[in-house]
Design a protein around this ligand. Structure first.
Ligand code: ATP
Length: 784
């Protein structure tokens, strides 16, 4: 800070920030046709963030300003950064002149892009490279080393991902030094390479004849010594004639438009010496990705170069920086600069210092199935996180055969200490049953598709052992702690919470809301949470999650003897579309054919016409135009698959919201989604009737129904609201006699597809036991 105070106008804002230091959404610029066309791939929030940050950088360069871009999971933070770079770096190409000093090739319009870890820097770089190469004007004759720009990655080569290695400073220096050398020096390099190969070969032979004749060994040793000597002499000569690489390093840095490195590397001597004597400020802005995960001192580091525009992109509601020292944590060292600013600004809004939060929010997510997004959106993000329509379509209607969201109450599980860690063998058994079932149904799944998240090392090790044993070391799932999964995603995530005890409030790592948030936002299609709910409910955040799951009928209570049977509940039900009393039967009666039955091909094509228009033609006044959230979705399923999905069918006329905005509000669309444990009297899960015969069948059904402990309806309060432990226990244990009595959704909702509509009271087609009356074709339906 003392270095900064003399150099950087941001120093005051960092120490004593006030809302005026942050840029607001009003900073918009007039944009050219070319940029408007470019921005069509971005949603409204992303466009706003790009335009505002752009205006902040371009307008009044002498004014110190900070821009916060808050992006919950999967909302396109990296995409927004790449868009901003494109916007910042391409404007003058368009005008046919350059703001660069073309003789010196020194860039005035240069951006420093940092992140706390090498992995994060490289992930972002991959996206930058893709975008700029794709958008290069003349691909055969690009202006820079990355499309029309020059890009460089600083840092030791061993910590840089192979995919971006050729942009590293070292490899660029090597390349250039060799290229610019006189021919005799190039010849020396070639000779040195030859000697390197020779040395490798001799060393190999020497290793092979270790047990051989003494004479042969001596001969080889002598040759090795001779070649090594020549190589060494040649290396010193090369150094002498070609000079030191520092000069070339500086030239490459000065010629770059984008410099990428970790926050700590940005403070090294390399940049400092490259810019020494150049005058002016070397960067038009500093962008920090994953800013919610870097501690304050790290974030200060790149500001040493005097740049007074700082753009922090991240999500303080995900994992904070990793700080091991308890003392440091006590002093707030584990709080990121972004989190501190965010809290301060929230307070300013609360105390009416400013009217609205000067933070650019990204609110449309492209990762999770809407049912997975529901709880984090309402509890962590104040209902602001929405699912893009394209993602909803793709997630809901894919041929992925598993439920999106279930919570397993492993009531007989118990935690056991294992050195500094914990294991819960019951949960491991259930994890294995689920994995086996997934692998059985989808042979193509690999560890790339499935993630198992646990907060405990001992549990991780044990699961890995079981996976290796069961699948012969080709386990179809990656097991890791939640920290290992931050910033990543999987098709299916299984969470094993481990903690199961009788001591109140003792759930260790699990207690953090940020950790919970990251845990439940990694899955694209399916999220299965396994835990001892009574223990977890002692924590307020888990309590809300469980209450929410209970309300949605997503809880499955299980115990050892039922693991295999209950694991089968992750399979999707095949929906029956019910005729709606309130909406015309646009697709019925054919569409409400027996469960799982495909509509006829004729109907398919007719439906296809309707669905295509209603699904992909956005209203012209829609905020999200068709161009904003559209097309390029490799996951887009076959029309036939889309049409099987109840949500989509609902939109074909049964859902009045279909004509509304393109984005789905995070409100529960069906309080009990198709994967839910059915309330008493409703049909069971697939498999159960077939698996069990006669008396066994009804006993099993009875058991399954008893598993469902109903609970009072309760809106999840905002995070941080205290719920008394006794009230919670009462809600959980006492419950109410029927969940249906406590439902908080309208009759209109009941007419939409949901397992509720199978209930005998609402559907005369079902008898009192929840079984469908045997009227002709319905037998098949019952079996399904
Ligand atoms: N406007 C958009 N239209 C379509 N897809 C988008 C859009 N924005 C982002 N995506 C897609 O969403 C996914 C996530 O984007 P990105 O990696 O930029 O998000 P992120 O916020 O950085 O993710 P994370 O939470 O992992 O940090 C990517 O597959 C990206 O292509």
């Amino acid at each position: 800070m003392s270095l900064l105070s003399g150099r950087n106008q941001l120093a005051r804002a960092v120490l004593n920030p006030n809302p005026m230091d942050f840029c607001t959404k009003d900073l918009l610029t007039t944009t050219s046709e070319r940029i408007i066309t470019y921005l069509r791939d971005f949603n409204e929030d992303q466009k706003k963030a790009i335009e505002t940050a752009y205006a902040m950088v371009k307008h009044s360069p002498s004014v110190a300003k900070i821009c916060l871009i808050h992006g919950p999971p999967g909302t396109g933070k990296s995409k927004t950064i790449v868009g901003l770079l494109y916007r910042l770096l391409t404007e003058n190409q368009r005008k046919g002149h350059s703001d660069e000093n073309s003789n010196a090739k020194i860039k005035q319009n240069r951006v420093l892009v940092c992140a706390p870890s090498n992995a994060a820097v490289d992930e972002l770089m991959k996206k930058i490279i893709l975008e700029f190469k794709e958008k290069c004007k003349d691909k055969k004759n690009p202006l820079g080393n990355c499309g029309d720009i020059n890009l460089v990655r600083l840092g030791p080569e061993k910590s840089i991902n192979n995919e971006v290695l050729k942009f590293s400073l070292d490899s660029q220096v090597n390349h250039r030094m060799k290229k610019d050398l006189p021919s005799h020096v190039q010849e020396m390099h070639r000779r040195k390479e030859f000697l390197d190969h020779q040395l490798d070969e001799l060393s190999r032979q020497r290793a092979l004849c270790r047990g051989g004749r003494e004479m042969q060994r001596q001969e080889l040793d002598e040759k090795i010594a001779k070649v090594s000597k020549e190589r060494q002499e040649l290396a010193s000569k090369i150094k002498e004639v070609q000079g030191r690489p520092q000069k070339t390093q500086s030239i490459i840095i000065l010629e770059s438009h984008v410099i990428c490195c970790t926050l700590s590397t940005s403070g090294g001597l390399l940049l400092e010496s490259a810019f020494r004597g150049q005058g002016g400020v070397p960067f038009s802005c500093v962008i920090v990705d994953e800013a919610g995960q870097s501690c304050e001192v790290e974030t200060l580091t790149p500001l040493i170069h005097r740049c007074n525009k700082l753009i922090l992109v991240g999500d303080p509601k995900q994992l904070p920086p990793t700080v091991i020292s308890m003392k440091a944590q006590e002093y707030g060292y584990d709080q990121s600069m972004m989190a501190r600013f965010y809290k301060l600004l929230e307070d300013s809004v609360e105390h009416s210092v400013v009217g609205r939060l000067p933070v650019l929010q990204l609110t449309v997510q492209y990762r999770m199935h809407p049912d997975i997004c529901l709880f984090p959106s309402s509890y962590v993000y104040n209902r602001s996180l929405k699912t893009s329509r394209q993602t909803e379509t793709s997630r809901c209607s894919s041929d992925w055969p598993f439920q999106p969201y279930l919570v397993f109450d492993v009531g007989d599980g118990s935690e056991r200490r294992d050195n500094d860690s914990y294991v819960n063998v019951q949960e491991i058994k259930l994890v294995m049953e689920i994995i086996k079932l997934i692998k059985d149904k989808r042979r193509d799944v690999t560890f790339r598709n499935i993630g198992i998240i646990t907060h405990y090392k001992a549990q991780k090790t044990m699961i890995q052992k079981d996976l290796d044993k069961e699948f012969d070391r080709k386990g179809p799932a990656e097991v890791d702690t939640v920290d290992g999964f931050q910033g990543r995603q999987k098709d299916c995530v299984i969470v094993t919470c481990v903690r199961a005890n009788t001591v109140q409030g003792s759930i260790g790592f699990l207690a953090s809301l940020q950790r919970l948030n990251v845990t439940i936002t990694r899955a694209k299609y399916s999220l299965f949470i396994l835990g001892h709910l009574r223990t977890l409910m002692e924590n307020q955040h888990w309590n809300h999650l469980i209450q929410d799951a209970q309300k949605r009928g997503a809880i499955i209570k299980t115990c050892d003897r039922n693991y295999r049977h209950d694991a089968a509940k992750i399979l999707k039900l095949k929906p029956v579309l019910q005729r709606s009393a309130t909406h015309p039967p646009a697709v019925a009666p054919e569409a409400s054919r027996p469960l799982g039955g495909l509509p006829s091909s004729r109907l398919d094509s007719e439906l296809a016409k309707t669905s295509f228009t209603s699904l992909y033609h956005m209203p012209s006044d829609s905020k999200e135009s068709a161009g904003t959230i559209t097309a390029k979705d490799p996951e887009r399923p076959l029309i036939q698959d889309r049409l099987r999905d109840p949500r989509l069918l609902r939109r074909l006329g049964l859902d009045p919201e279909a004509k509304g905005p393109c984005l789905r509000d995070p409100q529960p669309s069906s309080p009990q989604h198709p994967g839910a444990t059915p309330p008493s009297g409703e049909p069971g899960f697939p498999g159960s009737p077939q698996d069990l015969g006669g008396a066994q069948q009804s006993a099993a059904r009875g058991a399954a129904l008893n598993n469902h402990k109903p609970q009072a309806h309760c809106e999840p309060p905002a995070a941080g609201t205290e719920v008394s432990a006794s009230k919670r226990r009462c809600d959980w244990e006492g419950g109410l006699s029927s969940r249906r009595e406590t439902r908080a959704f309208s009759e209109g909702d009941q007419e939409k597809w949901s397992p509720e509509s199978h209930h005998p009271k609402r559907n005369p087609g079902w008898d009192k036991r929840g079984l469908e009356k045997e009227d002709g074709s319905s037998k098949r339906r019952r079996l399904l």
